[in-house]
Write a protein that binds this ligand. Structure first.
Ligand code: P6P
Length: 338
């Protein structure tokens, strides 16, 4: 059953969606609600960061597994989610962009049958300049034997996800998720402290008019990639070209615009990043699940992004994601590179 009424709280919507899954035991709803609480806590901190600049903005002395300086809000977000979700009793194991190794669940908290992958605060380079940033999450069922999770649980292909979503901390805080039954969006109302249904059953346009890519990397691109972007810049009214160029440099913000307005977001492989930059487990796979559930497409340029089997926790893949016709056009140009 699909909850269509706008204004419904996220908690109510999850419960209604849960009923659609006959085998639901309430654990899934409980897990999503814990993520919701973490989103509220992070939203509060992100939205008051400017008032406590010396405390939460700027960078720490730490560097994460990708060699990126860890911003204080990154660390705060990561610690908040780990603190809440380790204790919820629904998880067997976690993986985070900010942690080199898998995050185990201490015996004293009890373990569950779900697995969580997350990017606690994506777009961190934008934190200090007040540009939208976001939390991305991906949920799987545990497949390893025994009660404790194992690394294999974190290396499942995206087509085995049971749910995925993101929280966008922008002009308003928005929670978007799918549990395999469409994509639904909720906007946080601070006056009641609840996320209220604002975008029921989101569908992405089959073809858009916006492309989103870091053109500073143009000279590092393949010939097929260059020719595709040049194609989008040509003047041809019949095919709605030239497309508009929009690039925030914060994946959640760029993907949210693409989901609602259509078009294509790309992070190609290039000479300096032969596997691309974005991480499969907690950036590409969850966003691919959401966009496919909204009627769009997500590809590495060569194959469906959700079919890639991760070889390691922080694996990167090239990503072409958005309106179905736009992604298919990109794949046609990239075929030249094969
Ligand atoms: P570039 C942010 O660091 C991020 O991981 C994504 O949110 C964003 O889409 C991408 O990197 C931006 O990368 O190389 O264009 O700055």
């Amino acid at each position: 059953m699909q909850a269509e009424q706008t204004g419904l709280t996220l908690t109510q919507h999850i419960r209604l969606e849960q009923k659609a899954h006959a085998s639901a035991t309430g654990e899934f709803s409980g897990l999503l609600n814990e993520i919701l609480v973490a989103g509220k806590v992070i939203s509060r901190e992100v939205n008051t960061a400017g008032l406590k600049a010396e405390m939460v903005l700027g960078v720490t002395d730490n560097v994460n597994v990708h060699g990126e300086k860890v911003q204080k809000l990154d660390e705060y977000s990561n610690n908040t989610i780990i603190h809440l979700l380790q204790r919820c009793g629904y998880l067997a194991i976690m993986g985070s962009e900010e942690n080199d190794e898998p995050i185990t669940i201490p015996e004293k908290y009890g373990k569950g049958k779900y697995v969580l992958l997350l990017d606690p605060l994506d777009g961190s380079s934008n934190i200090d300049v007040n540009v939208s940033i976001g939390t991305i999450f991906s949920i799987y069922k545990k497949i390893s034997s025994g009660e404790s999770g194992a690394t294999e649980d974190l290396l499942q292909p995206g087509n085995r996800q049971v749910a995925a979503g993101y929280i966008l901390y922008g002009s308003s805080t928005v929670f978007i998720y799918t549990a395999g039954n469409g994509v639904h969006g909720f906007t946080f109302d601070p006056s009641v402290g609840e996320f209220l249904l604002s975008h029921p059953n989101i569908k992405i346009p089959q073809k858009g008019g916006i492309y989103s890519v870091n053109e500073g990397n143009y000279n590092l691109w393949s010939n097929g990639q260059k020719k595709y972007v040049e194609y989008l810049r040509e003047i041809d009214k019949a095919t709605g070209r030239p497309y508009k160029a929009r690039y925030v440099g914060s994946m959640v913000a760029d993907l949210h615009r693409t989901l609602l307005k259509g078009g294509i977001f790309m992070y190609p492989a290039d000479k300096s990043s032969p596997e691309g930059k974005l991480r499969l487990g907690y950036e590409c796979a969850p966003m691919a699940f959401i966009v496919e559930q909204a009627g769009g497409k997500a590809s590495t340029g060569k194959q469906r992004a959700m079919d890639v089997i991760p070889a390691k926790l922080h694996q990167r893949i090239p990503l072409y994601i958005g309106s179905k016709e736009d992604v298919e056009m990109a794949e046609k140009f990239l075929a030249e590179d094969l």
